[in-house]
Design a protein around this ligand. Sequence first.
Ligand code: NAD
Ligand code: IPM
Ligand code: MN
Length: 361
Amino acid sequence: MNYKITVIPGDGIGPEIIEEAKKVLNQIGKRYGHKFDYTEVLMGGASIDATGVPLTEEALETAKNSDSVLLGAVGGNVGQSNWYSLPPHLRPEAGLLAIRKGLKLFANIRPAILFDELMEACPLKEDIVGSGFDFVVMRELTGGLYFGARSTVEENGIRKATDTLVYDETEIRRIAKWAFEIAMKRNKKVCSVDKANVLDSSRLWRQVTKEVAKDYPEVELTDMLVDNCAMQLVKNPRQFDVILTENMFGDILSDEASMITGSIGMLASASLGDTKLGLYEPSHGSAPDIAGQNKANPIATILSAAMMLRYSFDLEKEADQIEAAVKSVLKKGYRTVDIMQEGKTLVGTKEMGDLIVQEIA
Ligand code: NAD
Ligand code: IPM
Ligand code: MN
């Protein structure tokens, strides 16, 4: 079969890691007889430099008309890049928010799995991680603080900035359904994370989540306050199956979750909505500090490509094959610098991609 993929390399390490994910997809195509057609578009800083805006209408249209989207990362060094002298709606990250909203991708799935092979790269003690953990952060992606009204004003010589956190029940219901559906295929546990002791939006979140739970009697629903969750993730990550949470909390908790899997370079992500069209990207950013040095770990992007095969194309065995290839390369002791340990073999971005391709071949 032919699949139309919009590819957005983006900025910083984006182009480097995307190259490796494409290599892996091509090898899968070769082995299983699929054809992946790539259309490259600009987003973020690369788009600002070329067009003046972080995402053009045409780029968004191309994405809408494809079967799925593969993204590297956008953004630059906030202190040094001149993209950040632009008004906020013209900065690199605005392109990312616009494509998520434009494609109506409200459900962000970020799986945090500690591979056996990476046990030593996990900063937690052995007695905490036990035989490893496997949970999913289900993050709401098109609402909350990211999309509420904001302003910066000066009143009587005092500068004042406002951001608003809004959720309506339809937004909460649809993401909660996703979380319960995913839980049904896993260990049937949803932990809904909020700040209901302070925020009205969280109190509504709790109510609606409980209503949705009635349709899933087999799934155990618990609630947890977000500050406690941040602590529980390092105290006992094995208690979690599906963590359901709003946009901002999910952003923060997923970075924390990534680190306990060994590195942020390991955490894949899929952003989905009501159709098969999804956006697949690593959870990390453009890592300006290591860009262009062949140092970035491409695994999060490669695992995101596997999620694309699974969620957008229903190519389950091909997705399994990529995941198995990643594990096998790690088992053989190859490591990028972010997950490097004594006695292992240090490789660069390209070499890691090549090794995974060889495993698939
Ligand atoms: P970051 O994730 O880019 O980097 C944080 C740290 O993790 C850095 O030390 C970096 O070198 C390291 N790191 C990240 N990915 C890595 C990888 N694959 N392999 C090895 N090390 C890796 O976060 P930041 O520095 O806070 O943000 C940099 C820019 O990226 C900002 O402009 C930010 O807005 C943007 N950003 C974009 C996305 C996205 O496009 N999805 C996500 C997060 C941040
Ligand atoms: C992520 C990133 C983005 C987010 C930024 C770059 C807007 O941190 O995908 O986690 O906060 O969603
Ligand atoms: Mn983030």
